[in-house]
Design a protein around this ligand. Structure first.
Ligand code: CP3
Length: 344
């Protein structure tokens, strides 16, 4: 175990005081950085995720540039399901596209459990990164069962989740079989990253906000909980994040998170009231604010920091990922501002 317990980031995840409010950005590695666009020229997204040398360099790029308090592994939520036998691609400007969607029980055969060695390249990248990063923690991650299921069932990104919900409501036995299988793969994938040395994990249930609280609790939460609770003995903080989850925050915490990620729609003090006093929060500047000029960025960042003080621990982040068009210099300046304003 190499959890960097003394880092500002891990301390905030655990609700302990630290030198300043830690900050990192979802999608900090990626298209907002010219050095990323350069290194990715002519290399497919999934191919790049399977090359530990590239994963290491791309993960380190934003850490060097912005002085953020944590690195996030460069990979994608569909990497483990591709490794588990699903034929898929990540199409630029679109997202994951699945060649043959999962719609019936016979389709489940194509999604086998992760076998020893299936994601060795991820473990290797984590080991290289932990050695390079020194005292900066590395965050591992995975997609939560619902968000992964939505890509597998729809065949690609969706606005309505029509086919996903049709299976969920119409064939709960098939739904639960698929979700259990995804939970198993996700847990194995996170355990591989933890064994290789990540200091925390984030479970991305990006699209869970499409559900009511009742349906989330009935059809989704048990499976996410089996992933998060499956890590009870792993010793790393667990972050649980989704978009549009105002009514789900309490349940997402209960599922077994140490930190609940909040989008920009819910102020962090309101979120803390819902989540309760024994979990930290992460978030939640609207990524669009980074396009409104520095004075607005500064005012809004100060507001987020003030509202974050209601929680036992606050990890500063955006409410969702960095947009590709973002000026990276704003992110560097924002990181310094958060450090300065929150210094204790
Ligand atoms: O810096 C980081 O945050 C680490 C890397 C990371 C990527 N994907 C790299 C990536 C992480 C954490 C993810 C998670 C991910 N992937 C999520 C959950 C986070 C979220 O945004 O809610 C989801 C839903 C996906 C699926 C996915 N992969 C989408 C929607 C896209 C965008 C498609 C597009 O081109 O706009 C991808 C592709 C992807 N994943 C890119 C990156 C850097 C861009 C593709 C490229 O650079 O060619």
């Amino acid at each position: 175990m190499t959890v960097l317990e003394d880092s500002a980031f891990v301390r905030a995840c655990r609700g302990l005081p630290g030198p300043h409010t830690p900050v990192w950005f979802m999608r900090q590695a990626g298209r907002s950085l010219p050095e990323y666009r350069k290194i990715r020229e002519g290399i497919g997204m999934l191919d790049s995720c399977r090359r530990p040398d590239l994963v290491t360099e791309i993960t380190l790029q934003p850490v060097r540039r912005h002085d953020v308090d944590a690195a996030i592994l460069y990979s994608d939520i569909v990497v483990p399901i591709a490794a588990a036998g699903i034929d898929l691609d990540i199409v630029p400007g679109t997202g994951p596209v699945v060649a043959e969607p999962i719609r019936a029980e016979k389709d489940l055969e194509r999604l086998r459990p992760l076998a020893e060695g299936d994601v060795d390249y991820v473990a290797e990248a984590v080991r290289l990164l932990v050695a390079e990063l020194g005292s900066t923690p590395l965050i591992g991650f995975a997609g939560a069962p619902f968000t992964l299921a939505s890509y597998l069932i729809e065949g690609g990104p969706s606005r309505t989740y029509l086919k996903t919900k049709a299976m969920m409501y119409g064939d709960p036995a098939l739904w639960n079989a698929l979700m259990s299988r995804l939970a198993e793969i996700t847990l194995a994938f996170l355990r591989t990253q933890i064994a290789a040395g990540v200091s925390a994990v984030q479970l991305f249930d990006s699209w869970a906000g499409a559900l009511s609280e009742a349906d989330y609790r009935e059809f989704v939460m048990p499976h996410s909980a089996s992933v998060l609770r499956g890590l009870d003995d792993a010793g790393v903080p667990r972050i649980h994040f989704g978009v549009g989850t105002a009514v789900l925050l309490e349940a997402m915490g209960e599922a077994g998170a140490d930190v609940v990620g909040v989008d920009w729609r819910t102020p962090l003090d309101v979120a803390t009231e819902r989540i309760g006093p024994d979990r930290s929060v992460q978030g939640n500047l609207d990524p669009a604010i980074l396009f409104a000029g520095w004075d607005v960025v500064e005012r809004e960042a100060r507001r987020v920091l003030a509202q974050g003080r209601a929680a036992p621990g606050h990890v500063f982040n955006l409410g969702h990922g960095v947009m590709p068009e973002t000026d990276p210099e704003i992110l560097t300046r924002l990181t310094a501002l958060v450090h300065e304003v929150s210094a204790r």
